[in-house]
Design a binder for this molecule. Sequence first.
Ligand code: HEM
Length: 480
Amino acid sequence: MLLVLWLKDARHGLNMPPGPLQWPVVGSLPSFALIGGKNPLAYLKSLGDKYGGIFSMKLGDHFAVFISDYHIIKEALVKQGSCFSTRPPTAMDAAIRGSSQTRHGVVFTNGRVWQVFRRFAMQSMRDFGVGKKSIEGKLQIEASSLIQQLEKMEGKPYNPNPDTQVAVTNIICAIIFGERYEYGDADFSKIMDSMRDLAQSVQFTDLRSMFGVLSLLPHRENFKRLIAADNHLKTVVKRQIEEHRRTLDDVEDRDIIDLCLRKQAGDGEDATLFNDEQLSHFIADLFLAGAETTATTLGWAYLYMAEHPEIQEKCFQEIYNVLGDRPPTMADRSKLPFVEATISEVQRIRTIAPLSVLHTTTQDATLRGYSIPKGTWVFPMLYAVSADEKQWKQPADFNPERFLDASGDYAKRESLIPFSVGPRMCAGEMLAKMELFIFFTMLLQNFRFSKNSPDQKIDLDPILGITWSAKPQTIQLTRR
Ligand code: HEM
């Protein structure tokens, strides 16, 4: 029987990368379910190690290639970027961003719509201060509000993540809507709930994405939650677009929505592309991509600081010696190498987009001598690169020193790729890095993060949703 299956395996005829046994109809899903079990990512990493950094599987009706080796990821996503940088239609993005012909937004689109909106996203973030001094002030104010909020819970067991999510989302709100919300604001709480549902309701392993035919069936509960959350976010955005249209003046651009409305009022291609429907998806995408990710990373940083008080103390001493009580600016980054190394180590050990966002091939390709047919799903296994023994000594250890050179300066490591690489790499990397640096530094300057009691076990096992987040748990914050 196994021999028959092996002989019938379509990969051999196609010279595709090797991989686990494939069954008729269900492909490699039984291996996933039976061997991968509760920890599919550990299973996938073991396959990456076994097959030399690249392997293939059939997931329902799709051929999929998984890449766990840094050099092969670069070869595919950078060297052959034009072939490996398309997004395939999956049930998840079809449910919220439309069918492949009419897909909206920036994260899941391709071709001209993607090009225009990616360029516009990056340019408009720069226009509103990202990468410049002008956003530093906003980041400092938002971090100060977060500190005031966290102070209320000083000395009590507390989960600082929901408040952190508010602070980070407020930065996106400032850039997109030109306003921030207060903690506890009812409208804002609903936006937060929607974003949490968007991040947690569906996993990449959802069978609806694997078998096209299942998308004909009525949606299950998790998909209903996903759609409801996205609709709520788009409704908030549409209200903001209307309000901005009513109050738009010729004097200044207040935020990204104003810039979008000016494009809409222009002529030619812009006027068609920047229609209201497209804008609400585009802006919902920026929320989805930009808020949960940074807040989740900070959430991991708090837990790792509580787990490693000696590393936290070293960060604090460096901050205290260089800054004293004044808030950090981006110019201070090079003077705080241990802090920067610690942030990098958090991003390495908990790579929050473990499988990046799904890619596909636009034409037949060759990678490391293997054939990759057009339309193959491509999973860049960013978490496996972060845990690769060929790249990192004892990768399971939390050790910021790996990002320092012999003279104690920060040493960039090429294989740290939490933002992915190539034409589809994160469009908000610069903003995320600024947020992580200013928030992390200001929080450590003001609080000590510790366990609730010496025998508390911090749970560092991630939960897999769209991102890899920490389980909700409490720690203690003490004012410095
Ligand atoms: C720690 C924080 C963040 C991490 C780790 C992260 C990581 C990623 C990753 C892995 C991708 C997929 C890349 C690929 O497909 O190869 C991505 C895409 C994207 N990210 Fe981020 N991201 C973060 C924060 C942000 C922020 C603050 C924004 C700003 C709004 C943002 C906007 C985007 C956009 C628009 C895309 C889609 C790019 C495209 O499809 O062309 N991200 N991000």
